[in-house]
Design a protein around this ligand. Structure first.
Ligand SMILES: Nc1ncnc2c1ncn2[C@@H]1O[C@H](COP(=O)(O)OP(=O)(O)O)[C@@H](O)[C@H]1O
Ligand SMILES: [Mg+2]
Length: 265
C-alpha cells in the first residue's frame, strides 16, 4: 500500500481555539478513510486544511509529491483532488448533463478563442468532454434526468449529480463532507450503495467526513476519530466500535444532548 495522502502533526488554531491539535494520519491508494467525531471535534477544519482553504500553523499535508499546506485552493483540483460540499453547490438552472460537463473544465484544452471560431481542436475536445460526461451519467444511472434542470430534482438525485461532477475529472482522491446530511433514510441507503459500486468499479480513494456511524461503517475501511481537535483513535470500523475512548466521546455527546433537552423540554 502506498500513501496517497499523509497528514503529519497538523495544528490549526483560530485565536484561542485549537480546532485541530497535532493530528497525523495516512490515507492509502484505493482506501476509504472516514473522519468522525462529535460536533466541534475539528473534522471540517481538518478537511478544509486538506482542500487548502485553511493553512495550519504547524504540520504538513503531503499528497503524492505535493505539499498541500503551501498549495492554493485553486490548484488543489489540478493535483487530482475533487470534492463535494456539505450543501450542494450545483447550477440549478443548468441540466444534469451540463452540470457534470462543468466538472470537466480542467481537462478542456480548447480556449474561448477556439470555441468562438469553432475550430477542429475545439470540436474534437468538446465531443470528447461530452462523451466523458455521458459515460458518467450512464455509470450513475442518471439517464432519465440527463436533460432535466437540476433545480427541482429530488435532493438525493442532486447529491448523486454532485458526485458525478466531482468524479468526471477522474480525480485520484475524492473528498466528501457529510455526503448523506439532509437525505431521507431511503436516499441515504441509495447513496451508500452507489458509492460502494463506484468504489468497486473505479477503485476510488475517498476521504469522508461523516457524522452517521452506520454510513461510515459500510463505506470506510478505516476510521480516524477526532475529539476536541485531537486524534483519539484510528482503526477498522470493528476496532473503532469497541474502542473505549470512542465510546466515551460519543456517550459524552449524548449526555450533552440529553442535558440540553432537560434544559429546553
Ligand atoms: N472559522 C472559524 N473561526 C473560529 N473558530 C472556528 C472556525 N471554524 C471552526 N472553529 C472552531 O473550531 C472547532 C472545530 O470546529 P469544526 O472543525 O467545525 O468541527 P466539526 O466539523 O468536527 O464539527 C470548534 O470549536 C469551532 O467552534
Ligand atoms: Mg463540520
Amino acid at each position: 500500500m502506498t500513501a496517497l495522502l499523509e497528514a503529519k502533526n497538523v495544528t490549526l488554531r483560530f485565536g484561542g481555539v485549537t480546532a485541530v491539535n497535532d493530528v497525523s494520519f495516512v490515507l492509502n491508494s484505493n482506501e476509504t478513510v472516514a473522519l468522525i467525531g462529535p460536533n466541534g471535534a475539528g473534522k471540517s477544519s481538518l478537511f478544509n486544511c486538506i482542500t487548502a482553504l485553511y493553512k495550519p500553523q504547524v504540520g504538513s499535508i503531503r499528497f503524492e509529491n505535493s505539499e498541500l499546506t503551501t498549495t492554493s485552493p485553486n490548484d488543489i483540483a489540478k493535483l487530482g483532488i475533487s470534492r463535494t460540499f456539505q450543501n450542494i453547490e450545483l447550477f440549478g438552472g443548468l441540466t444534469v448533463l451540463e452540470n457534470i460537463l462543468l466538472g470537466r473544465h480542467l481537462q478542456m484544452k480548447a480556449n474561448l478563442f477556439h470555441a468562438m471560431l469553432g475550430t477542429p481542436t475545439w470540436v474534437k475536445s468538446e465531443v470528447a468532454q461530452i462523451e466523458r460526461a455521458e459515460a458518467m451519467i450512464d455509470l450513475l444511472e442518471l439517464q432519465s434526468y440527463r436533460d432535466r434542470r437540476v433545480r427541482g430534482l429530488p435532493y438525493g438525485v442532486q447529491k448523486i449529480v454532485e458526485i458525478g461532477r466531482a468524479l468526471v475529472s477522474q480525480p485520484k482522491l475524492l473528498l466528501m463532507d457529510e455526503p448523506v446530511a439532509g437525505l431521507t433514510s431511503d436516499e441515504k441507503d441509495e447513496l451508500v450503495q452507489r458509492l460502494q459500486e463506484l468504489k468497486a468499479e473505479l477503485g476510488l480513494s475517498i476521504l469522508l467526513v461523516e457524522h452517521d456511524i452506520r454510513v461510515v461503517s459500510s463505506l470506510a475501511e478505516r476510521i480516524v476519530v477526532l475529539e476536541y481537535g485531537r486524534k483519539i483513535a484510528d482503526g477498522s470500523p470493528e476496532q473503532i466500535r469497541n474502542d473505549p475512548a470512542v465510546i466515551a466521546a460519543y456517550l459524552g455527546e449524548e449526555a450533552e444532548t440529553l442535558e440540553q433537552k432537560g434544559k429546553n423540554p
